[in-house]
Design a protein around this ligand. Structure first.
Ligand code: ATP
Ligand code: MG
Length: 357
């Protein structure tokens, strides 16, 4: 009730600032008068820079929309156009659903408002939602299974120890040693599968410091033929995270890249800030995007669909838990890990919200 009462008090610019739809307002000469933050992201320019420019300077193939824009101003009708391809000056092309509505500008001139919603944006949200649900289901299953195995395992180990005390024949003792050794190994595996138990100790953390530690650790494990490049965005603010858990998650991903490169190759650690960006169906004002890119052989599509599942490995000495642990640590920070890959370029992308909710 209180929320509903307060709504008229919200300043309309703030609503526009938080909209995920790009809004562009043009005057009757098709010169830009207003651009909201989502519009700045779409056009990759600032409102200050773009306002006053003609639509032709902002959208290379403006002809496909200008005709409709002029007719919107003349007719006063709202026009919708689906799957409209816009060519942007930086050579990107985006597919959008577009709504044009007539608008009266503050100086009483006629204008037109263009609402642009990226189509692939919706697809991405759907895919990410699916990924999050799948990740949650896997982890619930895994934790349940690990608990069920751990209890009888303790009993098994205890019984083997008791038996060992009663046995005098060293040849038979060897068998009880095998049981105890294997029980310990399984216990260890279960503990890793359950992941760290501690409640994350959230604190203001500098992701670049964490990446530097990861870089140092992986470099000492590899040799000189492995280069780890830094491509950091200095404007990335500190984020609320548990630095130890974040280090573990990133280490698992970077270590995989180093292992697949077998000592020789390039890894890029890249950070970027994304504005008005979705993680699943949640829109965040600011999101940290961390990428680990390697120039190794890549992961084929079939394997890519499985790598975040536990126990999936192609390495002889691997347990197949590195990525599933990384994923569970990142989701404890309300984040998401994605992977895209082609031969010569594998990209693991971690998205973490930077705004407190
Ligand atoms: N950068 C990469 N390039 C190619 N394949 C990769 C990459 N990262 C992961 N993989 C594949 O994903 C599999 C799963 O990785 P994950 O870290 O979960 O387990 P692992 O490395 O095999 O074992 P563990 O991390 O438990 O020691 C790997 O075995 C490998 O086949
Ligand atoms: Mg691994």
């Amino acid at each position: 009730m209180a929320g509903a009462m307060q709504l008229p008090e919200i300043r309309s610019e703030r609503l526009l600032d938080n909209l995920s739809t790009a809004l562009l307002v043009f005057d009757d000469h098709l010169l830009l008068q207003y651009l909201n933050p989502a519009g700045e992201v779409l056009l990759a320019t600032s409102a200050g820079h773009a306002c006053g420019k003609s639509i032709r300077e902002l959208i290379k193939n403006a002809d496909t929309v200008t005709e409709h824009l002029s007719s919107t101003i003349e007719s006063g009708y709202v026009i919708n156009q689906r799957n409209c391809r816009l060519e942007l000056p930086d050579l990107r092309s985006v597919i959008v659903n577009c709504t044009r509505s007539p608008i009266t500008l503050p100086d009483q001139r006629n204008g037109v408002m263009l609402e642009l919603r990226k189509v692939d944006h919706h697809l991405r949200i759907e895919q990410e939602e699916q990924l999050i649900t799948q990740q949650e289901a896997t982890h619930a299953l895994l934790r349940g299974l690990a608990h069920e195995i751990k209890n009888p395992l303790g009993g098994l180990r205890g019984a083997a120890q008791l038996l060992e005390r009663e046995i005098t024949d060293p040849a038979l003792k060897e068998y009880t040693q095998i049981i105890i050794g294997e029980a310990d190994r399984l216990q260890n595996l279960m503990d890793r599968m359950l992941g760290p138990n501690d409640i994350p100790r959230m604190q203001s953390s500098n992701i670049h410091h964490i990446l530097e530690r990861v870089r140092d650790l992986v470099r000492v494990e590899g040799d000189d033929r492995l280069t780890i490049h830094q491509d950091y965005d200095p404007s990335l603010p500190e984020l609320q995270a548990d630095p130890d858990l974040m280090l573990q998650a990133l280490l698992n991903i970077v270590r995989n890249a180093a292992q697949v490169l077998d000592g020789a190759g390039d890894i890029i650690l890249r950070t970027r800030v994304k504005r008005q960006f979705n993680i699943g169906n949640r829109l965040h004002r600011l999101v940290a995007c961390i990428q680990v890119i390697d120039n190794g052989p890549g992961i084929d599509k079939e394997m890519r669909e499985k790598i975040f599942y536990p126990l999936i490995t192609t390495r002889n000495e691997g347990t197949g838990l590195g990525l599933s642990i990384a994923q569970s640590l990142i989701s404890r920070h309300q984040g998401l890990i994605e992977c895209s890959s082609k031969p010569g370029e594998t990209v693991f992308t971690i998205l973490l919200p930077l705004d407190s909710k």
